[in-house]
Design a protein around this ligand. Structure first.
Ligand code: ATP
Ligand code: MG
Length: 393
């Protein structure tokens, strides 16, 4: 090798962008280039003649002599000729990742090892940025997927509700048109008969038919009210308006509205003496609840039988009972009684749509109360509603 070649090689060694360190078989550094000095923050003088393990992280530093000795004994390389990622340690104690490739050269004066060191700090930073980005993308995807799922579930629910409402409407329409036929034919026939009663003394007959017309219109109104209540309930449009009201007034209003539905000789007997006179509730809803229960009591019990309305009060709860001495409810029908359109088998010959109790149950729930009943077939039925008597604190 000419002198020129030697200088060229030295320059190459010195100016290489990767760190280059040579050491002897005992791990003592002989040559270090500029890049290696910069990597570790030492001057070349500080490194030459020192053991290379001063540039290693604690673990490798304490085991390096062992590694070297094992390799020289077994010739099984772990780094030599392979290269791997290790942790370097700077003069100021900072540690950093680097890729180390070591080659071995046997020279006349002994074996030397050459290590080429490539700083991986930048690479690690970039990798971490990519990893972070991936993670945040992943969590965004998860987030968005969850949001989409929730939205889909919401839409499904809305769709289901819409379908149910549609079904309810069409079912109700067919039922209502059926329900309308009888009262409408009553109205028609009574009107025709009134037309025939032209004499002055036929006034009582006219009156009878006028009453029948009023009854029939009352029935039609009931069916329509049911329909309106249900669709309002379905759409969540009914919000109770709580006010302090006189229980007696609500009960009286309900009885007055139900009078047209009483059968001949039926009488409603009221005893509210066990209850407090005032209740905080929605009077309109409570009245509709009572009208429904009274209408059932009247419909499903014989003429001339009494209907009892009783009130009692216990521990912040007002109980109202509507008792009849009617046909009762067969055991097997009881579980379904509050279902929409459900009618007991012994009620088949009595007019009804099977909506009243469903509405009652929903209204009672809106008022934070509960409804229950006891019944004996052929003897009678008692419906009880329990309502909070005062506003919740
Ligand atoms: P409507 O929608 O006009 O009220 P309905 O009276 O048939 O029709 P609900 O009030 O919901 O419907 O009552 C459901 C069923 O429960 C009735 O068809 C009847 O079989 C039974 N039922 C309700 N109240 C009584 C009662 N007091 N005695 C006996 N059976 C009753
Ligand atoms: Mg009813």
């Amino acid at each position: 090798m000419s002198q020129d070649d030697g200088r060229r090689l030295k320059a190459l060694f010195e100016m290489a962008t990767d760190g280059i360190i040579t050491m002897n078989a005992r791990g003592v550094m002989e040559n270090v280039n500029r890049a290696a000095c910069e990597l570790f923050g030492y001057t070349a003088d500080e490194l030459r003649g020192q053991k290379v393990n001063m540039l290693m992280s604690f673990h490798d530093r304490t085991h390096h002599d062992e590694y070297l000795e094992r390799y020289q004994r077994t010739r099984v390389p772990h780094i030599i000729g392979i290269g791997r990622e290790v942790t370097g340690r700077c003069k100021d104690g900072r540690e950093f990742p680097l890729r180390l490739a070591v080659s071995e050269a046997k020279l006349a004066e002994g074996t030397i090892y050459t290590g080429i060191l490539h700083d991986l700090s930048e690479f690690h930073l970039a990798k971490k940025r990519v990893d972070d980005l991936n993670k945040s993308l992943e969590s965004k995807v998860i987030e968005r997927t969850a949001a989409l799922r929730a939205r889909e579930a919401e839409l499904q629910r809305a769709l289901g509700k819409e379908r149910e409402l549609n079904e309810l409407k069409s079912r109700f329409l067919s039922l209502a048109s059926h329900e309308f036929k009888t009262p409408l034919s009553t109205v028609l026939s009574s009107a025709e008969l009134i037309e025939l009663y032209t004499d002055g003394e036929q006034q009582p007959k006219r009156q009878r038919h006028l009453d029948r017309i009023k009854d029939a219109v009352g029935q039609l109104t009931e069916v329509l009210n049911d329909f309106l209540s249900l669709s309002q309930l379905e759409q969540g449009e009914i919000k109770p308006v709580l006010r302090k009201v006189r229980l007696q007034n609500v009960v009286s209003a309900a009885i007055e509205a139900s009078e047209g539905q009483l059968q001949p000789g039926q009488e409603i007997l009221v005893d509210l003496s066990g209850a407090r006179p005032w209740i905080v509730t929605d009077a309109k809803l409570l009245r509709r609840i009572l009208i429904n229960l009274l209408s059932n009591a009247a419909k499903y019990s014989p003429a001339a039988s009494p209907i009892h309305v009783r009130g009692s009060h216990e521990g912040g709860v007002i109980k109202l009972e509507v008792q009849d001495h009617g046909i009762g409810i067969p055991q097997e029908d009881r579980v379904h009684l509050f279902d929409r359109f459900y009618r007991a088998r012994n009620a088949e010959n009595i007019k009804g749509t099977g909506l009243g109790l469903n509405i009652v149950a929903q209204y009672v729930e809106l008022l934070d109360g509960s409804v229950s009943f006891t019944s004996r077939e052929g003897e009678g039925t008692t419906f009880t509603i329990a309502l909070p008597s005062a506003e919740k604190a």
